[in-house]
Design a protein around this ligand. Structure first.
Ligand code: ZN
Length: 136
């Protein structure tokens, strides 16, 4: 149900934006989905379309485009930045665990440059709206 709650939040934001901007129709929205976001994209897309349908105007013609935002980690010790694919020594099972529980990342990932486990996640979490297009 996590996907539905997220979809509802996105739609609420889109509607608020369209009111503020005086849009009669929202034609397209583009979303960024973090690589570490625990979510079923298909269910999410389905939920977005269903909720938009129930809302009717101004979302009747809305198209949804999604981009996956790659995860970026930054080491707090040496400031090195790297992505999920560049993390060495991780088994497939471990990388799967990270996708499904981002907080597990710290248990498996070390900085590839200095080996420190002390890093922050700069990108690749959550869902954000990149843009909303429409006509007034
Ligand atoms: Zn480092």
């Amino acid at each position: 149900m996590h996907e539905w709650a997220l979809a509802e939040a996105v739609i609420a934001t889109v509607i608020e934006y369209s009111r503020k901007e005086g849009l009669e129709e929202v034609t397209k929205i583009k979303l960024k989905i973090g690589e570490l976001q625990q979510m079923d994209i298909e269910i999410f897309e389905f939920a977005l379309n269903e909720i938009a349908k129930v809302q009717g105007t101004p979302l009747t013609e809305m198209k949804v485009e999604m981009d996956i935002e790659r995860a970026v980690f930054r080491c707090r010790v040496c400031r090195n930045k790297w992505g999920l694919g560049e993390t060495t020594g991780m088994t497939e099972e471990e990388s799967e665990a990270i996708h499904f529980a981002p907080e597990a990342a710290h248990a498996y990932i070390n900085c590839p440059s200095c080996g420190s486990p002390d890093f922050e996640v700069l990108r690749g979490r959550g869902v954000s709206i990149e843009y909303i297009k429409g006509r007034d």
